[in-house]
Design a protein around this ligand. Structure first.
Ligand code: SAM
Length: 211
């Protein structure tokens, strides 16, 4: 990933949502983006120009826009109509963002719009985050990397964040994923863990098209 004087940036030529510029590149603020925080910590897979990204929980497109600066194209799934309005505006500025209005928990509703992705990034901040990721693994190339941002308080507010995270890791592992590492995003984002791993080595079978 690119840094200008130690500051994480993405290689866009003009601001998309009012962010600062540095050395002609867009500053990617770890306080505004969990993925930027993970790059600050280290250990996240790099995104490169040939990669197709499946992004679940796109919101207004803030982080999506930085990912799109690095990637070939980003399928950006969001189910809330409000954020989708801004996401579409962002996509109008960046032609490699494909906004998808859909529920990531029900990927059968949008699988015909997608191509197989080289990496999954998920930031849906709701219960059942591991199950949502698993439901979308079929859209990934076998063994492709994933990053799941786990907001532990959305899973169970009363439970120990480490325990919630460990349960999600076990769920992913039981279903054929390889979890490589878990990183907590303090000081930028409290009670958020990034789960980084690889998708199962299964052949691609879109939901609803099982033999
Ligand atoms: N990733 C965004 C960023 O960094 O700019 C922030 C994402 S915000 C924490 C979580 C988003 O996920 C919200 O916009 C919410 O509407 C969306 N979301 C939650 N559950 C979803 C689901 N099942 N399908 C699609 N989007 C979902």
């Amino acid at each position: 990933m690119i840094r200008v004087n130690g500051v994480l940036v993405s290689p866009g030529r003009k601001p998309v949502y009012g962010e600062r510029m540095a050395g002609g590149y867009r500053v990617w603020d770890p306080y505004r983006s969990k993925l930027a925080a993970l790059y600050e910590i280290g250990g996240a897979p790099d995104i490169s120009r040939e990669m197709v990204v499946l992004y679940l929980g796109a919101a207004h497109g803030t982080t999506v826009s930085h990912v799109a600066d690095y990637a070939c194209c980003v399928y950006a799934v969001e189910f809330a109509p409000g954020p989708m309005v801004n996401l579409i505006k962002t996509a109008e500025m960046m032609e490699n963002i494909i906004p998808v209005l859909g529920d990531a928990a029900n990927p059968a509703s949008y699988f015909r719009l997608l191509e197989r992705a080289d990496i999954l990034y998920q930031d849906v901040a709701q219960p059942g985050q591991a199950a949502i990721a698993l439901a979308n693994m079929a859209f990934l190339k076998p063994g492709a990397p994933f990053v799941i941002m786990l907001k532990t308080r959305c899973v169970r507010v009363e439970s120990d964040p480490a325990m919630v995270c460990s349960e999600s890791v076990q769920t992913l592992g039981r279903n054929g994923c390889t979890v490589e590492r878990v990183m907590w995003l303090e000081p930028w984002h409290r009670d958020h863990a990034a789960i980084v791993g690889k998708a199962p080595l299964h052949p691609f079978t879109p939901p609803g098209e099982e033999p």
